[in-house]
Design a protein around this ligand. Structure first.
Ligand code: ADE
Length: 272
């Protein structure tokens, strides 16, 4: 996968050289290209922003440098296999970044990230880019960062670990929270390793029982427990057809019962 990032802070993306993503780059599984947006400015101050039309606080990123940067990146990166990239613009007003979107992006041969600073990029840049490639505005959560660079790091890491050959153990993301399959919509429960005794605390005996069926059941109950505690919205999204009798019993213990085709808190008002 080829990844281009156009930013006024390429140094902010230095962590891409480290750990899992760094190793994936070293192995040639990811080919990262960082670009300094100011290289496409032609005034002495290398200006990338200006005051917003219509007034208001903050500054807006000017269209000209972005337009030239995107032209250059598209020309340099084009190949027969990937003639144009999919462009991702991190912004708190974008669609949510989810595991499903990470899986979708992991299938793309070429991603182009355009993280903004200030109040964002002049809208015409995105509108014009959308005539040439798919453009998605994406938010990594309901909070406002100082710029999109950290969001790029988040998205690249989530996507990179899904690429074949990046994780040592291909099974490693099977049980991830949010992964599709039996644990879809459930958060991962607690994990333990050696020693079995630490500061007077023992690991749950089931984890060292060797009984794989019972361990799988325990993991699922722990996942249900954690999800009910931290993300009740996810319990409400569980498909009742996808749960077994024991799931139902655990959910009932946690205060969730099936009503009107979905799980609801036992104390939820009954609809008429
Ligand atoms: N830029 C600023 N805040 C952001 C967020 N929450 N997600 C993506 N990009 C952002």
């Amino acid at each position: 996968m080829r990844i281009d990032v156009v930013t006024i802070f390429p140094e902010y993306l230095a962590p891409l050289d480290v750990s899992l993503v760094g190793k994936a780059c070293a192995k040639g599984l990811i080919d990262v290209h960082l670009h300094q947006l100011r290289d496409w400015t032609y005034d002495v101050h290398k200006t990338v922003d200006d005051t917003p039309y219509g007034g208001g606080p903050g500054m807006v990123m000017k269209p000209e440098p972005w337009g030239l940067a995107l032209d250059a990146v598209l020309e340099r990166g084009a190949s027969a296999a990937a003639p144009v990239p999919r462009m991702i613009v991190p912004t708190p007003s974008g669609r949510p970044f989810t595991q499903d979107l990470a899986v979708e992006l992991a299938d793309e041969p070429w991603l182009l990230f355009a993280p903004a600073r200030y109040e964002g990029i002049d809208r015409r840049v995105l509108d014009e880019a959308a005539t040439r490639m798919r453009v998605d505005e994406v938010s990594i959560g309901d909070y406002v960062l100082a710029g999109g660079e950290v969001a790029v790091l988040v998205m690249v890491e989530a996507v990179a670990r899904l690429l074949p050959g990046v994780l040592g153990n291909a099974e490693s993301h099977r049980d991830d929270s949010f992964a599709p399959g039996a644990m879809a919509n459930l958060l991962e429960g607690p994990v333990y390793t050696k020693p079995a005794q630490w500061r007077g605390r023992e690991v749950p005996p089931i984890t060292v029982s060797g009984n794989h069926g019972a361990i799988a059941r325990w993991r699922r109950d722990e996942a249900l427990r954690r999800t009910a505690a931290h993300r009740p919205d996810l319990i409400a999204r569980i498909d009742p057809a996808a749960v077994d009798k024991k799931d139902r019993a655990t959910l009932a213990e946690l205060g969730w019962i099936e009503r009107d085709g979905r799980f609801q808190p036992t104390d939820a008002p009954v609809a008429d």
